[in-house]
Design a protein around this ligand. Sequence first.
Ligand code: SF4
Ligand code: SF4
Length: 438
Amino acid sequence: MNRASDNTGERRTIPEIQAKIDTGDAVVLTAAEVSERVRIGKEIRLEDIDVVTTATRGIMSGTYAVLSFKVSEPDSFVKASDVLLNGVPAVVGPCPNERLGILDLIVLGTAHSECDSCYGGGHLFREMVDGKPITVDVTTSEGKHFSVETRLSEIPFARLYATRHAFKNYRAFVNPGKEPINTIFHALPFEGELREMTFCGCGELNPIENDPKLETIGIGTRVLLNGAEGFVTGSGTRSIPDNPNLTGFADLHDMEPEYIGGFVTSAGPEIINTWAVPIPILHKGMLENILKLDREIPLKLVDLAGRIPLCEITYGDVWDDADLNVKYEPERCISCRDCCVMEACPMGAVSKGENGTVRNLELCFNCGLCISRCKGEAFSANLGSVKCTTGGCLRDIKVTLRQSDRARAVRAAEELKEKVLTGRFRINEPVERIRWKE
Ligand code: SF4
Ligand code: SF4
């Protein structure tokens, strides 16, 4: 297979590629389809492909929503001082909306409910996107309290903002210490003595991994954020050229519940988001990264405490032979008195039904934690294990939890491809490239 490594020769522009899509002559492939072809040794040249649709789904803490809506008649109170949405505290403002009966609120995706330790901003946003009613508890500046019920369709302004999303992949974690650690990188206390490993990142599917120089992803690039059309606004917090991430926004009204949600970690609720990003291929040099497979993408295995690098593995180690979907066979469930899966599932996707335990497929994140918890071996998937030399010993460390749902990322990339090909999503030139301060 020929790998392109230069950016000389034919160059194409994004408007030219969009024009080709409009006439039905463009070839659009998902990143998974590209990798499938590379794996079987098929050559992919610049003339064989115009756009690759990429995606990532995982925990992305840097998320907040801005909401503005009416809660009472004008002049019925001066200002709100505290507001809870389904128990999740909001920041009131920045506009005080004095005597208007309207709230302007900022809600963090990582905010935790004051009454339910397993509920946070991510759960709230998913319920809103799903059309469910939410309870708004208001304390006014005069010290009065009142509650109203509302739903997303009654909230005229509801936008989700990313401060640190769509990282160029991420890391794998182990705990070499003796004691378990409560962390956002595990749904249970993280077992010590290198007994288990968790990781984040969708590997070869990842948007920035396919365009690491940010040649086409820039300020103003149109993307799908949780299924809604949104835009990149720049690079996010702690973003560096070697390890960039993105900021962006999209309207909550247009999002799809399957792509957003809450994920309960042993350090409290976190938020899941999904990005799908089209990468128009402008020149041969861009193919080098687009054709890269998981086994060529490094994944740093770090000590959870202090993020000290322990050894370098690749995304091939965690995805190559792994099952993307976790299987549940209800007939194998032995109806334990206390179901360890129900207690552990970070998505609350497992519950007691009339005839035993039930898994909600829509909610399931394919994290795989249930596999090591289930007493009846009713849940199964190959999550793989990683060989790592640390402290002079070669160890085989089992993956027990994935914090990225590659199965749904594949689906997000397919959905974007379909939208691009049918003209329901137009690829555009960024208004400016993303640059870093020296
Ligand atoms: S894979 Fe298992 S533990 Fe993870 S979300 Fe699905 S049911 Fe829950
Ligand atoms: S732990 Fe497994 S076998 Fe036991 S009740 Fe839960 S799902 Fe069924």
